[in-house]
Design a protein around this ligand. Sequence first.
Ligand SMILES: Nc1ncnc2c1ncn2[C@@H]1O[C@H](COP(=O)(O)OP(=O)(O)O)[C@@H](O)[C@H]1O
Ligand SMILES: NC(=O)c1ccc[n+]([C@@H]2O[C@H](COP(=O)(O)O)[C@@H](O)[C@H]2O)c1
Length: 201
Amino acid sequence: MKYIIGIGGVTNGGKTTLTNRLIKALPNCCVVHQDDFFKPPDQIQVGEDGFKQWDVINALDMEAMVNTIKGWVENPVKFARSHGIQVAPTTEMGPPENQIHILIVEGFLLYNYKPLMDVYDKCYYITIPYEECKRRRSTRQYTVPDPPGLFDGHVWPMYLKHRAEMETSCLPIEYLSGLKTKEEIYNQVYEDIHNTLLNRL
Ligand SMILES: Nc1ncnc2c1ncn2[C@@H]1O[C@H](COP(=O)(O)OP(=O)(O)O)[C@@H](O)[C@H]1O
Ligand SMILES: NC(=O)c1ccc[n+]([C@@H]2O[C@H](COP(=O)(O)O)[C@@H](O)[C@H]2O)c1
């Protein structure tokens, strides 16, 4: 059985932190990070506001991201092996039809791109309020550092726009408060996934 989990949400909400905890705990679990698909800086458009437009879907090579996910869907064992992830032997997992393969797709713009909308079996979305987001973001080092004013001029307005867009889609999204402790968020999600997978097997 294949199971694809989306961990979306606002920048610095705690997506990577949660994902890293889950991949350690879940069996045969691979991950695709949306951040790995950012185009190089010279291909990022500059908006009328003078800022490079990093927080839009065009800043990402979404075709490559979709192809990576398709690669996992076609052959999760091969995908895991080529990414250095140990696959449990079939004997440990029971018959092949009971073998679970999990893919976590993590990123800030997961639910705003049509070709990806129906790949997820479960959609999580982490939120934190403006002040906390700005505080966490101010300590974060990206490959390209944020110029002064980027958060208020581009990052936060784009987040609000994309979130509103996402909410008009029919995706069943489970919201998580990124203000809870890392442990609480992990426990909540782990239990949820665990119960869902037990019911499906
Ligand atoms: N539940 C949490 N409570 C407080 N700080 C958190 C929590 N989750 C993550 N952080 C911190 O917030 C920052 C961004 O976390 P990260 O997981 O990289 O976010 P994202 O992948 O959503 O951008 C890091 O410094 C991380 O330690
Ligand atoms: N990884 C990169 O190359 C890069 C460069 C510039 C900005 N960013 C920022 O990354 C953010 C998304 O990633 P997080 O959700 O991990 O914060 C966006 O808000 C974007 O502004 C990433």
